[in-house]
Design a protein around this ligand. Structure first.
Ligand SMILES: [Zn+2]
Length: 437
């Protein structure tokens, strides 16, 4: 009963809004907390991504990736802690000196020694992290919550005294005690931390759990909320989206999602999700046509292929195959596409070399080949393509030669097949090869 009432209220209560949402079926559920059209990206290919099994970034590669991400328009670039190694520290300094538009962050343990080392590198901000789950407290650093809170406040105050931005994050947040977490975040918010972070370090969270936790936290702190989602169960993009709906302000990503184990929310996957939800914001802020170039660069650097089912840049992301799909796509791409390949500098491909093809797809190919046929002729030609494709897989070249020879067969022939062909006219004499010197 009350459900119906609420539904009617939304429909009739806000007439402009309801018309807007009716005409834009991809729009998010309206919510005053939602940041789906004003989020920021913390790009962590050079931190989380360095934890990917195959990753080894030399200084030159790090600089290339940092510059590409900056051009793409990410808000922050997060780097490996300078405490990790001497080379990591030098690389951090080198990237800070590039003068990029993106703010440079480094990711450190909640430890004064790490903080002191990091502030000397020239970064714009520090992402401080500590494990708060019982697993990490018992098996990793062995500290209790009182110690964690005291150290966190000391480190945050020190970083702030240096005029730098500071984020405080728990690790494995979804397996931490909620009361512990909220009181810790409240304490660091009180001393003026810029962001608190929620991290699904083990990739266990569901979108609904994310929504609930972020929304609860939104009611407890006044600072920004950053979120970090691992992709162990394939929920990393969905979780990032739900976090934004619940009021998170920053999302951590990496190119192709590379990171510890099978990684985190991928930059491209998040862009695909968000450009559908908030096209004006995403298209005006991020240079989407650079996405493929960045993904190819990182894929090469870590020696992997871009997966076939990658959003946007998977090789078949804009390929339409079935006859019914092809026909509709050729009439109006929106029928089967919510993403426009042109937004990413890519093109769609209507597959016509298969047994599932339809005559509309073949008709388009006939035109592309500069040939002309009536619709009935195209249909006859399509039947020939399907007949061959029923016997074996066919390539574009196979389908093209069927089209071409069918087209030739339609032309008035100089010689009827019944007429004898004079042999001296069709077999040209072969030229003698030049004798070798
Ligand atoms: Zn992580």
């Amino acid at each position: 009963m009350s459900g119906n009432g609420a539904c009617n209220g939304t429909k009739n209560g806000v007439s402009n809004g309801s018309a807007y949402y009716r005409s834009n079926p991809y729009q998010p559920v309206p919510d005053f907390l939602s940041n789906v059209d004003k989020f920021k990206i913390i790009e962590s290919t050079l931190r989380e991504g360095e934890q990917f099994a195959n990753a080894y970034f030399d200084t030159e590669t790090k600089i290339k990736i940092a510059k590409a991400l900056d051009e793409f328009g990410v808000d922050y670039i997060e780097l490996t802690s300078p405490a990790a190694s001497e080379q990591s520290r030098r690389d951090c300094e080198a990237i800070c000196k590039l003068g990029l538009k993106a703010k440079i962050l480094t990711h450190i343990r909640c430890d004064m020694r790490d903080a002191k080392l990091a502030v000397e590198t020239g970064v714009d901000g520090l992402d401080v992290v500590i494990g708060t789950s019982s697993f990490l407290r018992e098996h990793s650093h062995g500290k209790d919550m009182a110690y964690i809170e005291k150290t966190a406040i000391e480190v945050i105050e020190y970083i702030k005294s240096k005029g730098l931005e500071v984020r405080f994050s728990s690790e494995d947040s979804f397996r931490s005690d909620l009361v512990d977490l909220l009181s810790l975040y409240k304490a660091v918010d009180k001393v003026g931390v810029h962001r608190v972070g929620i991290a699904d370090t083990v990739g266990c969270a569901t979108p609904r759990q994310v929504y609930d936790l972020v929304r609860t936290l939104r009611g407890v702190v006044s600072c920004d909320i950053e979120t970090h989602f691992h992709n162990d169960t394939g929920c990393a993009v969905a979780n990032a989206y739900c976090a934004l709906e619940a009021g998170a302000t920053h999302i951590d990503t990496s190119v192709l999602g590379i990171g510890e184990r099978n990684g985190i929310t991928p930059l491209g996957g998040l862009m695909a999700r968000m450009v559908v939800t908030a096209p004006e914001y995403v298209k005006s802020k991020y240079k989407l046509h650079k996405l493929k170039e960045i993904e190819d660069m990182v894929a090469e650097a870590v020696q992997i292929n871009v997966p076939f089912n990658n959003p946007i840049t998977g090789f078949c992301a804009f390929t339409h195959k079935a006859g019914i799909h092809a026909k509709a796509i050729l009439n109006n791409p929106s029928t089967y596409e919510i993403l426009d390949p042109a937004d990413f500098g890519l093109t769609r491909y209507v597959h016509f070399a298969s047994r599932l093809t339809g005559w509309n797809a073949v008709k388009t190919r006939v035109k592309q080949l500069g040939l002309s046929m009536t619709d009935d002729q195209v249909k006859e030609c399509t039947a020939k393509i399907k007949a061959l494709a029923d016997i074996r897989p066919i390539a574009i070249d196979d389908a093209d030669s069927i089209i071409r020879s069918f087209h030739i067969s339609l032309q008035p022939q100089p010689h009827r097949p019944s007429e004898p062909v004079p042999t001296d006219e069709v077999i040209p004499a072969e030229e003698e090869p030049e004798p070798a010197a």
